[in-house]
Ligand binder design. Sequence first.
Ligand code: KG4
Ligand code: ZN
Length: 339
Amino acid sequence: MLVLGIESSCDECSIAIVEDGKRILSNVVATQIPLHRQYQGVVPEIASRTHTQWIEGVARQAFADAGVAPAQIGGIAATFQPGLIGSLAVGLSFAKAMAFALSVPFKGINHMLAHLYAPRLVADIAYPFLGLLVSGGHSIICVAEDFDKVRVLGTTIDDAVGEAFDKVAKHYGYGYPGGQVIDDLAEKGDDRAFRFPAPSLHKGDHRYDLSYSGLKTAVIHHLDSYRRDGAPATPENICASFRKAAIDALLAKLLLAAEDTGISTIVAGGGVAANAYLRRSLAARKDLAVHFPPLALCGDNGAMVAGIAYHYFARGETDGFDLAPQSRVPIFKRGLNPA
Ligand code: KG4
Ligand code: ZN
């Protein structure tokens, strides 16, 4: 079965065609980064307007790259939650219109579940596993029991990890988007130049939760208090020390969850899964089976949407055309969490 997947939750306009949840026939990712760079962040109005202008061309390219005609498509899916509401609405409406025109099933997809599916496009991974979902909007540690069934163990109580990278880079003018820029600078720096504080969280119920606002404030406003004697405050050193503190905090909670649950398979997803230090640190753990998406599938892409959608279609699960986009998913954020 050929599934067409649309991802438009933020600033990537992406459409892919994937066979049987596995074989990527095409995956066109049109990034809006150059349009948002001058604002040092995604401007929702520009994002949705640009999706509207680009989506037809991206779809045509996805068909051309795959060498497939619309009549061969067996199902159509689009991200419907979480994300920027206007951006989601563009991809979702386009998907519904195509499904209606082609008389094929339609399914709305959760963006974070799609990120968690990305490594499964290149490897067979058995459930259950521990999921590490790290992006610009989320930092989630979860147990995945199936492609559509996750139990959130921990989440950030304030900023997401990618957001902290973006804010530090913006403050110091390192470049946009911040995650990759900081990662690259960090490779050339000394991560012992600054000793930033580990997040302090209340112990108790939420032992896997994360917090990034304290670290962000330390790096942005109190840099000198954490500088080690004689260490030069170069961008490379600031980035290396910040990256180590940010990722070590993530690793500590993830490894705690692995120990507590006895689950030793770890699957990472989301933009921050591209982080070189995170990838190296987990790859070095010989006691764990670690799966990262290839770099091209860490960020937002249509292939992960088409890939996961196949499994819903295989079960006969579809959505009606009245499915509405949703900006937030309560279980992914502490405070909105019913538990
Ligand atoms: O998954 P994604 O493309 O979009 C969201 O769903 O948010 O993730 C984007 C986030 C941004 O915060 C970006 O700075 C971060 O992922 N990111 C990185 C790296 N590459 C992208 N963070 C750390 N290291 C990287 N190499
Ligand atoms: Zn994402």
